[in-house]
Design a protein around this ligand. Structure first.
Ligand code: FNR
Length: 369
């Protein structure tokens, strides 16, 4: 179909499935074990209902916001997803260019298939990027990477903490590893590639499973970027992150690709916010909570924000948008979010992101399955 025929983000997924080589589709779409958590990431949003307010003069609505103190035209950032070139020859640059044009923040993955510098070189003046970190067993490599990112102007460090070992994504494992352009680039930068366990495991053997809270002060000592832990699932760990003086957390299960039957980020959100409120007033400008996983509609975005998230991350929907259409597909995905945000904000009676409040949703059934 032509881009004009794309009506929602699900359409991009269907197109990607139809046109991608089997191996790329397996890598992008797969989740771990029985794929319960990936299903739950969508289902959880469908257990949250709106409590719309009326007669509030919604002639002008504005969904722009700030994320870690940086301007963002959407309350949505592009989460890190590895190996963009499996989907399109321009890989992650599709995201960078579209994001630059529309004021959206991109999180650059450690396992990008374009080089880090290529991605940073593609920004327009004022464009904001974050970086996602897989921590290498060799801390010197990690230190160099982080400090290079900061020097190149990256504004936030997201340390992935839910992947001390990569999940078993069985669809991907069945495909086996065969060398390809995008994958080759990752191999150049990292060592210890295994060739018989699917793409995901092949490219991730450098990740350090010994990472612990004890390492956090070291990260704070090597960078001034705000540090966010990506892949938190409990109030206990949220409070630890807060007490370690970090800038925030992403409630995430890695798009269902790590621990299967982990709960969804949005399901964990309320209890995490409740715990953080014991440390002081909420929202807290010094500590932000993000959510990712399963977001395909602006209504999902608004529900998470109403429940206390400051913004949300989107992985697959943006990846799928560039597979057939490159940069223009990503721009269309932003347009779909804008259109849906405008309509949904009017219909629930919120003129700005700040006006979203817990009483605009009924999440009382969120834990019942
Ligand atoms: C990811 N994700 C991810 N996360 C991360 O910290 N480092 C990474 O390299 C990757 N790579 C990656 C590849 C692919 C193909 C997918 C689908 C996901 C997880 C990602 O950042 C995010 O947490 C999820 O994608 C959010 O769920 P949705 O939006 O895909 O449903």
């Amino acid at each position: 179909p032509s881009l004009d025929e794309i009506v929602n983000l699900h359409d991009f997924e269907a197109v990607a499935k139809a046109i991608l080589p089997a191996k790329a589709w397996a890598y992008y779409s797969s989740a771990s074990d029985d794929e319960i958590t990936i299903r739950e990431n969508r289902a959880a949003y469908q257990r949250i209902w709106f409590r719309p307010r009326i007669l509030r003069d919604v002639s002008v609505v504005n969904w722009s916001t700030t994320i870690l103190g940086q301007r963002s035209s959407l309350p949505v950032y592009i989460s890190a997803t590895a190996l963009g070139k499996l989907g399109h020859p321009d890989g992650e640059l599709n995201l960078t260019r579209a994001a630059g044009k529309h004021g959206v923040i991109q999180m650059i993955p450690t396992l990008a298939s374009c080089s880090f510098d290529e991605i940073v070189d593609a920004v327009v003046p004022g464009q904001v990027q974050f970086v996602q970190l897989y921590v290498n067993r060799d801390r010197e490599i990690t230190k160099r990477y982080v400090q290079h990112a900061e020097k190149r102007g990256v504004k936030g460090l997201f340390i992935t903490v839910d992947a001390p070992q990569l999940g078993r994504r069985e669809k991907d494992m069945r495909m086996k590893f065969v060398d390809e352009s995008g994958v080759a680039k990752v191999q150049e930068n990292q060592s210890g590639v295994k060739k018989d366990e699917g793409v995901a495991r092949a490219i991730s053997s450098f990740i350090d499973p010994s990472l612990s809270w004890k390492d956090i002060p070291w990260f704070k000592s090597i960078t001034n970027m705000p540090i966010v832990l990506k892949g938190v699932a409990t109030p206990e760990d949220a409070l630890m992150a807060y007490d370690y003086g970090l800038a925030g957390i992403v409630l995430s299960n890695h798009g269902g690709r790590q621990l299967d039957t982990a709960r969804s980020g949005v399901e964990n959100l309320m209890e995490v916010v409740a715990a953080l409120k014991t440390r002081g007033p909420w929202p807290n400008p010094k500590f932000e909570v993000f959510v990712d996983g399963g977001i395909r509609r602006a209504s999902d975005v608004l529900k998470a924000i109403a429940l206390g998230a400051s913004a949300v991350g989107v992985g697959r929907a943006f990846m799928y948008s560039f597979c057939a259409y490159g940069q223009e597909g990503v721009e269309k995905a932003f347009q779909i979010f804008r259109d849906e945000l405008e309509m949904n904000m009017r219909l629930i009676g919120a003129r700005t992101i700040d006006e979203l409040a817990p009483d605009m949703v009924d999440a009382s059934g969120i834990h019942s399955h």
